[in-house]
Design a protein. Structure first.
Length: 222
């Protein structure tokens, strides 16, 4: 039985991943680290900033002989902030779908607290969830560890087994499953493609919603 729904933010509610992804690949390429888009998204999406840069630094030392966080992070942050100010939008249909859902709900995102608040408030999604907006900074271990989803479930006073997670990343799917929750893969963000949607199912999502119109119809059956 589904008693609550836990939403990732980036790429699920807010169409930010498509902006972030392009900027990250550009900056890393300029520093000598070249990645293919699909595998990069599968490996790195959904991680906290600390985990993301820890992995990048390790690979950078192996591949180009130096860590890249000190060079890459300020450039990424400046470019992402500019892109968000000028281009950030909701994932089409997110507000309507969330507004039609009458079960308890929360946001559980790897984003930092300030960035998460900014995105949700800018796109008028904050009030649909407040006060149940939780960041990777609220727990010791961010996704793919289960801590963040377990934290959100505890705050909602709902058993983990009764929670449904909506995720667009492999790491997020793994986190939801590790928490003992049901996970749907969401493929409606601008960054998604068929291969990425398939990876969500392979990671253990029980179904894939192609957009918020489809997810909204599925919500009506809960």
């Amino acid at each position: 039985m589904t008693s609550a729904v836990l939403f990732d933010c980036d790429g699920v509610l807010v169409d930010s991943e498509v902006l972030i992804h392009a900027i990250e690949l550009q900056v890393l390429s300029e520093l000598g680290l070249h990645y293919e888009s699909g595998p990069f998204k599968a490996r790195f999406m959904g991680l906290s900033n600390a985990a993301y840069f820890a992995q990048l630094n390790k690979e950078a030392i192996e591949r180009i002989g130096r860590p890249v966080e000190a060079e890459a992070k300020p450039r990424m942050v400046a470019m992402i902030e500019k892109a968000f100010a000028e281009q950030l939008a909701e994932v089409k249909g997110a507000r309507a779908a969330v507004g039609a859902l009458h079960l308890p709900k929360a946001v559980a995102s790897s984003s930092g607290i300030r960035a998460l608040d900014y995105k949700l408030k800018k796109l008028e999604l904050w009030d649909a969830f407040a006060p149940h907006v939780y960041s990777g900074e609220h727990v010791a271990h961010a996704k793919p560890a289960p801590d963040l989803f377990l934290h959100a479930a505890s705050k909602l006073s709902v058993p983990p087994a009764d929670c449904l997670v909506i995720e667009d990343s492999v790491n997020g799917v793994r986190a939801g499953l590790a928490a003992g929750m049901t996970v749907w893969g969401f493929a409606g963000g601008g960054h998604m493609d068929a291969a990425m949607g398939t990876r969500l199912l392979e990671a253990g999502a029980v179904r894939r919603a192609s957009d918020w119109d489809e997810a909204k119809m599925l919500f009506e059956r809960l």
